[in-house]
Design a protein around this ligand. Structure first.
Ligand code: NAP
Length: 268
């Protein structure tokens, strides 16, 4: 039996992630891109936008109008935190399954959207990190820290990144915290002669942030115990790295009737 075609709307097609998502969706046999939502180009076709394929796919400036005009199974939102939340709610109102890649959801918002998804029996995926390799790195690091509890995390990003440490480094530390007791690492009488030399401290787990032009997104988790070390490293080369994860979320959300937060929870 042939795979069911999944009808998709993408919000934010002009963004760095959106451009990759349009490519991925239009190159996937069982996906059909029905429309895009772009606040600045209503009434045009996708082919009229820069860096987009030559396709007669309508551009809407408003998600509600788009979803009332176009039969859609899944919304992929790659916009901004505030519009991601708004779009998620609108999609649920129209019975459309949202896959949201924006960050900034509070625990209360996750709980509220979970309730809405459950009431409607509609799958939702919110994935602040679509990089499958990064999720595996975090899971492997968590597994290893049970047996090698001395851990240092070194994350490297491009020099335009505004926050430090990265969300992935913090998430890695949180996951490691779940499997090991808080402990002070290094010599008990260690001193820091240059402020910050030992990095940030999450229950004893040290996080070091490097910012350099030319880097994209990289993280190495170093674990050490007597006579041995283990390094677990992930490198993101460009934004196409996120697309296998987006594809997995779109396929999986069709089978869900609840909200799932975090790609790691789809990768058991
Ligand atoms: P970007 O290049 O700034 O693109 C965002 C795009 O969304 C822009 O084209 C923007 O249009 C558009 N937009 C904003 N509000 C909109 C709305 N209400 N309706 C439709 N389009 C709207 O950012 P990016 O790097 O592609 O990232 C997009 C989002 O994904 C960000 O929130 C980012 O944090 C997140 N992200 C997630 C992952 C992940 O793995 N989950 C990875 C990377 C990035 P204007 O130019 O008109 O404002």
């Amino acid at each position: 039996m042939s795979e069911q075609t999944i009808r998709i709307v993408i919000a934010g097609p002009r963004g760095k992630m959106g451009i990759e998502a349009v490519k991925m969706v239009t190159n996937t046999k069982h996906f059909e891109l029905k429309a895009v939502v772009d606040t600045k180009n209503a009434g045009l076709m996708l082919k009229d936008l820069e860096d987009q394929p030559n396709l007669e796919i309508p551009v809407y400036d408003d998600l509600s109008t788009c979803l009332s005009d176009v039969e859609t199974d899944v919304l992929i939102d790659l916009t901004k935190p505030e519009s991601g939340k708004k779009h998620l709610e609108i999609a649920l109102d129209y019975g459309v399954r949202p896959v949201v890649g924006t960050t900034g959801f509070t625990d209360e918002e996750i709980a509220r959207f979970s309730e809405m998804a459950e009431e409607k029996g509609i799958g939702v995926v919110i994935a602040p990190n679509f990089a499958v390799g990064a999720i595996l790195m975090m899971k492997f690091a968590q597994m290893a820290a049970k047996y090698m509890p001395d851990v240092e995390i070194i994350e490297q990003h491009h020099d335009q990144k505004l926050d430090a440490p990265s969300g992935t480094a913090m998430k890695t530390a949180q996951m490691i915290k779940e499997v090991r007791e808080p402990k002070r690492q290094g010599h008990p009488e260690e001193t820091e002669d240059l402020e910050g030399a030992r990095g940030g401290d999450v229950d004893g787990i040290r996080i070091h942030s490097v910012r350099l032009p030319g880097r994209v997104a990289h993280q190495e988790v170093l674990l050490g115990t007597t006579g041995q070390t283990l390094s677990i490293r992930h490198d993101t080369i460009d934004r196409s790295a996120f697309m296998p994860g987006v594809k997995m979320c779109v396929e999986t959300v069709m089978k869900l009737d609840v909200l799932v937060y975090g790609l790691e929870n789809l990768m058991e």
